[in-house]
Design a protein around this ligand. Structure first.
Ligand SMILES: Nc1nc2c(ncn2[C@@H]2O[C@H](COP(=O)(O)OP(=O)(O)O)[C@@H](O)[C@H]2O)c(=O)[nH]1
Ligand SMILES: Nc1ncnc2c1ncn2[C@@H]1O[C@H](COP(=O)(O)OP(=O)(O)O)[C@@H](O)[C@H]1O
Length: 194
């Protein structure tokens, strides 16, 4: 079997993490690609080596120098996130397909790197207002962090056309079903020519 990559990208708060978690429960052939990041762990809600590899800024810079990332971004001021080549290899060696949750720029970089071996899915919120409400309701970010995420979202929405396909996350059940079908069709299709 040839391993593939399914990448979900969206402005923060659109619901990509929620959809990715649901797909992980429904499609056993998928394995989550754990990114490295330099932001603080959100208390007990997150686990090192499960949600992210939480590393220091110095460790992150070392990995950049050693060319260990497929892509990396300073997603928010001072917070670096990156997809590790070793992580994708680990998943493929285990006989699974990698599923990723990365920001919009990162999603496009990954598509560019893996070409037809990757399916890049854009998750669009019904509106900017709804996006802001979701970030407020999630209650994980400060007011200033929410404002900067909403500001950034307006730019990110302009990149939708460069993705392979869009899932509008209005009703969560419908969006999850649509995403599941896209993923199943992609992983059961002929191996990509690379
Ligand atoms: N480019 C890139 N973005 C990432 C990576 N891992 C996570 N992200 C994105 O970084 C952003 C911040 O993630 P997080 O701190 O978990 O916040 P949240 O998604 O708003 O809950 C999200 O848009 C993630 O999709 C990565 O490896 N590369
Ligand atoms: N379709 C939906 N309707 C209402 N709330 C949603 C929906 N999808 C996700 N949410 C909620 O919105 C918030 C943001 O979702 P999350 O998956 O964390 O977004 P992202 O990973 O894109 O930043 C979470 O509190 C989540 O439970």
């Amino acid at each position: 079997m040839q391993g593939k990559i399914i990448v979900f990208s969206a402005p923060s708060g659109a619901g990509k993490t929620t959809i990715v978690h649901r797909l992980m429960e429904r499609v056993p052939a998928l394995s989550f690609s754990i990114s490295a990041c330099t932001r603080d762990r959100r208390g007990r809600a997150e686990e090192n080596g499960k949600d992210y590899y939480f590393i220091t800024a110095d460790e992150f810079q070392d990995k950049i120098r050693r060319d260990e990332f497929v892509e990396w971004e300073e997603v928010y001021e001072g917070a670096f996130y990156g997809t590790l080549k070793s992580e994708i290899e680990r998943i493929w060696e285990s006989g699974k397909h990698a599923i990723l949750d990365v920001d919009v720029k990162g999603g496009l970089s990954i598509k560019d790197f893996y070409k037809d071996r990757a399916l890049a899915i854009f998750v669009r919120p019904p509106s900017i207002e709804v996006l802001e409400q979701r970030l407020q309701a999630r209650a994980t970010d400060s007011q200033s962090s929410i404002s900067s995420r909403v500001y950034k979202a307006k730019f990110e929405l302009a990149f939708e056309d460069r993705f392979d396909v869009t899932v509008v996350n209005d009703n969560l059940d419908e969006a999850s079903d649509q995403a599941e079908k896209l993923v199943r069709d992609f992983i059961s299709a002929e191996p990509a020519v690379v």
